[in-house]
Design a protein around this ligand. Structure first.
Ligand code: G1P
Length: 291
């Protein structure tokens, strides 16, 4: 059973400056809650019970957000603001634990995952990159489907989606014999980090959701620096794929890249329109703008 998820949150978020100058990019709000909450809830909805933040000294507000705040709780209680009290104490179900480990140097995504080696131990685990929000209306979300597929096939699962050909150089890209249908997995022939346009093996890009066996940690220890002079998770997955089957899972849901400003605005629109309390008023507001 996959119960642990690594969320690498140590990145400085240069794509989101100036907002990320003094707050973590993961704490920028999408409607009424920080972006990271959506990612953590996606993991929890898929059955994850332990969230492992790989973090940086400047990111303590992420840990604080998932911790209790006794002073605030006491104040809300004494003012009888019980709805708000419930809201801040029930961000996550009580069986979920959030732990953190530091990434002491910015050596890349592969290195960030490796920092959680001792916490994951011998267990297979999920990795969720917090820049990308995955919205999936179905009862069983994409991550849950990947976990079930991993449990059935024992093959690592890499979530992918199709991107326009001119954008392949921004992503990890998988090599597959045929594009899987949405919601299904196919064994991949290879994976490459940010190939130059015109050289990519497909247009199926790595979204930032992975189910990986514990042995990926030993491979990460041996992974030399790759694209961007960083230790790339993609390169360790390529090594794993030479030794055993690794599958590309084609997602059904929709992605929002909150690492980019326009992707963030798109997320605010979508999540705002579907917000249980604000959605109707937000829709009216957009209609009033008449654009
Ligand atoms: C990382 C991964 C890349 C993946 C991307 C998804 O790149 O290395 O394979 O496609 O996330 O957002 P980054 O965006 O951190 O450069």
């Amino acid at each position: 059973m996959i119960k642990k998820a690594i969320l690498p949150v140590a990145g400085l978020g240069t794509r989101f400056l100036p907002a990320s100058k003094s707050i973590p990019k993961e704490m920028v709000t999408v409607v009424d809650r920080p972006a990271i909450e959506y990612v953590v809830k996606e993991a929890v909805a898929a059955g994850i019970e332990q969230i492992i933040l790989v973090t940086h000294a400047s990111k303590a507000s992420i840990e604080n957000y998932f911790d209790r705040n006794f002073e605030l709780e006491t104040t809300l209680e004494s003012k009888k603001k019980f709805d708000l009290l419930k809201e801040i104490t029930e961000i996550l179900p009580s069986h979920i634990s959030v732990v953190s480990v530091r990434q002491p140097q910015p050596l890349g995504l592969g290195h960030a995952v490796l920092c959680a080696k001792d916490i994951v131990g011998d267990d297979a685990f999920a990795v969720l990159l917090p820049d990308v929000l995955v919205k999936d209306a179905s009862e069983e979300n994409d991550l849950a489907r990947m976990i079930h597929r991993f449990e059935a096939s024992n093959a690592a699962q890499i979530m992918v989606e199709a991107v326009p050909d001119h954008l392949v150089d921004q992503y990890g890209i998988v090599d597959v014999e045929a594009s899987p249908v949405e919601g299904e997995s196919i064994v991949m022939q290879g994976i490459v980090e940010k190939p130059a346009v015109g050289t990519a093996p497909s247009n199926l890009s790595v979204v930032g959701r992975y189910i990986l066996p514990a042995k990926i940690m030993q491979l990460l220890e041996k992974t030399p620096r790759g694209a961007g002079n960083e230790i790339q998770l993609t390169d360790a997955i390529a090594m794993l794929q030479h030794a055993e089957a690794v599958e590309a899972y084609r997602m059904k849901g929709q992605t929002f890249d909150c690492g980019s400003k326009i992707g963030y605005l798109k997320a605010v629109l979508h999540y705002g329109l579907e917000h249980p309390k604000l959605g109707v008023a937000f829709k009216d507001l957009i209609k009033e703008l008449n654009i």
